[in-house]
Write a protein that binds this ligand. Structure first.
Ligand code: FAD
Length: 308
């Protein structure tokens, strides 16, 4: 019966049986100082042997990390065999300024851009297009396409973007971005696999056949994730609060719980047919590494040698 099928879909396969037949990517943010740079570099070295299909570096609000994002992406491209992707937003910049950033990436050998609208510099304010700027991510994708044949990823929202009046408008917006030339969408983080599966159905019903990669956020700091989730419209299930209860003074136990929750989410997604995951690493490798390990991934000898 249907119940039994649902149970099996959620229960199988066991971690012990997982084959590691996954494509993963890892997201980092540009470091602010030397200590953070060292942590980031350690993380990249730890995760590289898993052979991610790409690693990406975020772009701070209002272009605040423009130089640091560039320096980080360029260093990854120079010093590793990893495919590096640069995030780019439309905030607080003219089209010419954004095009110039993209040109610098192309010149540095970066061929993959994660194209985003971005958020207003003032938290909670309504988004305003910068005078002479790109109106949104779809317009940015179109602009990038005119410059060079970049590989372009865009954002998708299983629980709907807060600026969207409804799911339909959100899906239309996603379709515009893909029709403008994006290759794939990476989702906002979510904690309930069913949100993703329902979204996947709606995406298919809307005639979108591009790859939609689930974005996985291992929880490092429950309070911060709760605040972030409120802003971006992600539901934090009540069971999650209960699982982190009483762990404030137990950072190592917290990590174990966090890895377990994220791996369990990936296991459900895997059972539902997903084979690609994008990890929001927050520049800490161990959690993402542990989750990939549980899913059956192991260091690839060639990548390991290249990273050493
Ligand atoms: P868009 O797709 O352009 O639009 C988002 C929503 O706005 C749409 O769903 C739609 O409802 C509405 N909208 C857009 N255009 C119109 C229109 N013409 N008319 C009516 N409604 C419209 N932020 C950063 O600052 N730096 C990063 O590096 C970064 N990386 C991210 C990576 C991923 C994988 C994800 C999921 C998000 C990331 N973000 C980042 C956050 C992102 O910038 C915000 O979610 C932002 O609010 C929306 O960006 P977008 O590209 O989805 O926008």
């Amino acid at each position: 019966n249907q119940r039994e099928e649902e149970r099996r879909a959620h229960d199988a396969p066991l971690f012990a049986d997982m084959a590691g037949d996954l494509d993963v990517s890892f997201e980092f943010f540009p470091p602010k100082n030397e200590k953070m740079e060292a942590t980031l570099w350690d993380s990249i070295q730890t995760l590289a042997p898993l052979g991610p299909r790409f690693v990406s570096v975020t772009y701070g609000a209002g272009g605040s990390t423009r130089e640091r994002t560039h320096a980080t992406v360029a260093r990854i491209a120079r010093e590793t065999d990893l495919a590096a992707a640069a995030h780019l937003t439309c905030v607080e910049a003219t089209k010419e300024e954004i095009d110039a950033v993209a040109e610098e990436y192309w010149a540095a050998g970066i061929r993959h851009i994660v194209a985003l609208r971005g958020d207003p510099p003032e938290k909670g304010a309504k988004y305003q297009t910068h005078p002479g700027g790109y109106e949104n991510a779809a317009a940015l994708v179109e602009g990038l396409r005119k410059l060079h044949p970049f590989e372009i990823s865009v954002a998708a929202y299983p629980e709907c973007h807060p600026d969207s009046p409804d799911d339909r408008a959100d899906l239309d917006n996603l379709k515009r971005k893909l029709d403008a030339g994006a290759t794939r969408a990476i989702t906002q983080f979510f904690f309930d696999a069913d949100h993703f599966f329902r979204f996947r159905d709606k995406v298919a019903a809307a005639g979108i056949d591009a790859e939609i990669v689930p974005g996985i956020m291992p929880v490092m700091n429950y309070g911060a994730v709760e605040r972030m989730s409120k802003m971006c419209g992600t539901e934090v299930p009540s069971w999650m609060g209960r699982l982190f209860e009483g762990l404030d003074d137990h950072p190592e136990a917290r990590q174990l719980v966090s890895a377990t929750i994220a791996a369990e989410l990936c296991r459900k997604l895997y059972a539902g047919g997903e084979r690609s995951f994008h990890f929001y690493t927050l520049n800490r490798a161990e959690l993402s590494y542990a989750i990939c390990h549980l899913l059956g991934m192991r260091a690839k000898p060639s990548a390991e040698a290249a990273a050493a």
